[in-house]
Every structure is written in C-alpha cells, then in structure tokens.
Design a protein around this ligand. Structure first.
Ligand SMILES: Nc1ncnc2c1ncn2[C@@H]1O[C@H](COP(=O)(O)OP(=O)(O)OP(=O)(O)O)[C@@H](O)[C@H]1O
Ligand SMILES: [Mg+2]
Length: 301
C-alpha cells in the first residue's frame, strides 16, 4: 500500500524512494562538495541546490544517489525529459476506485514532504515552463504550488535538491533566473587510473584483474586523447566481452585481445580500438608520422 499524506485537506499518494545498490568509489572530492552544498550552518541559512555536470556516463547519477544514501537519507530520482510537464513534476490527478479523482505526488513532491533528497536527473532536457514551477522551491520560499490540486506545499526542513546535467547535450536553454538558483556547479572529471580501476572492479567484481587492467589502460589512453569514452563504456565493453567469451570453447579466463577489440567495436566504434593497449603503440607511431604532426611542429617553431 502506498503511503498517503494529507495537505490542506487534499490526500496525496506518495511515490516510493529509489532503492538501488549503487555506491561511489574513488575520488571523495565531489561527495564532499555535494555535502557542503547541502549543509545548513545557521537557523537563518538555507541549503544550496547544486548542479552536477560532466560527460555522459562519468557517474553523475551515481554521485547524487550515493551521497544522499551515505547521509542516511531516502533518495528520490525524477527523470526529466523534454515532455515533462509542470504537473508531472508536481502532482498528477488519476482516476481511483469509484470514479473518484486521486492525487499522486511525484518523486519530487514526495521528497519535499518526507524530507528526502530529490535528484532531478538530466535537468537540461526539461523545458523552461516546467522549470518555472520550481523557482519558489529553490529560493527562500521553499514551496511549490500545484495548480491541479489547488495547494501550496512547504518543503520539510531536511529536504535537499540537486540536478544533473550533461555538459555536452542540452535540449533546452535553461533561463538565467533558474541557472542562478542551481548553484554551486560540481564537475565530475575522468578518474585517474587507480580510481578508474576501483570503479571497474566495484561494478564487475567477477572480472579477472588481467582484463580489468587491460580495460583501464584502454580508458586512460582514450582520456589522454580527449575522447568522450567513459567508465560506463568500459563497463559495457567488459560485460559484452565476458558474455562473448562465455560462449567460446577455449580457456575463458585468459585474456583474448582480439575479442576485446571486437567488444569495443560493438559497444563503441571501430575507431576506438586504436586505444586498446594491443594497438596503441602502433597508433602513437602513426601519429608521429602524420603530416599533421609536421604542420604542428612548424607552427610550434
Ligand atoms: N565513482 C564511481 N563509483 C562507482 N561507480 C561508478 C562511478 N562512476 C561511474 N560509475 C559507474 O558508471 C556507470 C555510469 O554512471 P552514471 O549512470 O552515474 O553516469 P551519468 O554521468 O549519470 O551518465 P548520464 O550522463 O548518461 O546520465 C554506472 O554503471 C556507475 O555504476
Ligand atoms: Mg545519469
């Protein structure tokens, strides 16, 4: 049975918080930045509404969820899309038994009422109209108004909000008055080798050290050349690699570099295989020989 809460005489059916096995490993800086943004240091202080930025697959959603859970809070995730309407974000009417109208609180409103963390995931996909309904929530007023249910809902003092955005794809331009309420910016960069290895190991505890090391070299080579391939791509390559190996008769534990190339092509693209350790030295040699290299050298002289 879903929990219900009555606000100004209107009964609201709450949405359950997210429950996933997802922790953050590696660099603790972004966790501490997020915790700092949410801290309240005085009775007259307010929490900030941080914006988590980074390339697709670097760990933005993971960071927000894991930080909320580590703080002992329920985390509610609202997936923003270009079709999200203000009422989807707040309260939706549904037909209940006996042809009665019932009101369902979104995951955002459920977090507001229960004092949880709400993550507005991929917020840059949502239109200005939907964002506008959140303006009062993100300043001193800390409330939302549902036109459909005809009520104003004040946020629980423990309620915390954050937004994730992909730094390289925006569906809508978010207006300045909203952007100024979504501060500070927390950037997630590519992890260093040791952290990236930890992340792969955490997500794929059943993979051998040899294949994890091989994959992390592939990822680090890609990062060094500013490619957009992230740890998520690495995880997917390894998953597909291990599934393909499972079907083969030969010894599955040994590293098969051709099979890794093959998985890389299927998950990413042919061009990505030059960063696989097996092919990387050859690629660097080609790069040295490239005519572009001469132009760069002349330019530098
Ligand atoms: N620091 C980390 N600790 C543990 N797992 C991580 C970490 N960083 C990334 N991952 C893993 O990488 C994958 C991608 O992470 P996530 O979905 O959080 O990325 P994202 O930045 O939100 O991507 P998108 O922009 O596509 O929404 C997940 O499987 C996640 O478990
Ligand atoms: Mg995400």
């Amino acid at each position: 049975m879903s929990e219900k809460i009555t606000v100004s005489g209107i009964e609201l059916i709450l949405t359950e918080p997210a429950d996933v096995n997802m922790d953050w490993v590696g660099n603790e800086d972004p966790i501490n930045e997020l915790k700092a943004a949410w801290l309240v240091v005085d009775d007259n202080d307010l929490p900030l509404n941080p914006r988590i930025l980074g390339k697709p697959g670097v760990g933005k959603t993971t960071l927000a969820y894991a930080t909320g859970k580590r703080m002992g809070k329920d985390v509610y995730i609202f997936q923003c899309t270009m079709d999200t309407r203000p009422e989807d974000l707040l309260i939706s009417p549904v037909i209940a038994s006996g042809n009665q109208i019932a009101y369902v609180a979104s995951s955002l409103v459920s977090a507001i009422l229960k004092g949880g963390v709400c993550l507005l995931d991929e917020g840059n996909r949502m239109s200005e109209k939907s964002w506008a309904s959140l303006a009062p929530l993100m300043d001193k007023r800390r409330y939302i108004e549902s036109i459909i249910a005809g009520i104003r809902i004040y946020a629980h003092e423990d309620f915390r909000l954050c937004v994730t955005m992909n730094s390289d794809s925006s569906t809508y331009e978010i207006p300045e008055y909203i952007q100024s309420r979504l501060q500070p910016k927390i950037y997630i960069e590519f992890p260093n080798r040791a952290d990236e290895l930890k992340i792969l190991k955490y997500n794929l505890p059943f993979a051998s050290d040899e294949i994890l090391e091989y994959c992390v070299d592939f990822l680090q080579n890609s990062h060094n050349h500013d490619e957009p391939y992230t740890v998520r791509d690495g995880i997917n390559i390894l998953r597909y690699y291990m599934k393909s190996r499972e079907l083969q008769e030969e010894k599955k534990e040994s590293l098969n570099k051709e099979q890794f190339d093959n998985a890389t092509i299927h998950i990413l693209e042919e061009a990505a295989t030059k960063y696989c350790p097996n092919n990387y030295e050859e690629f660097l040699k080609q790069l040295q020989k490239s005519p572009l290299r001469d132009i760069f050298d002349d330019y530098e002289d």
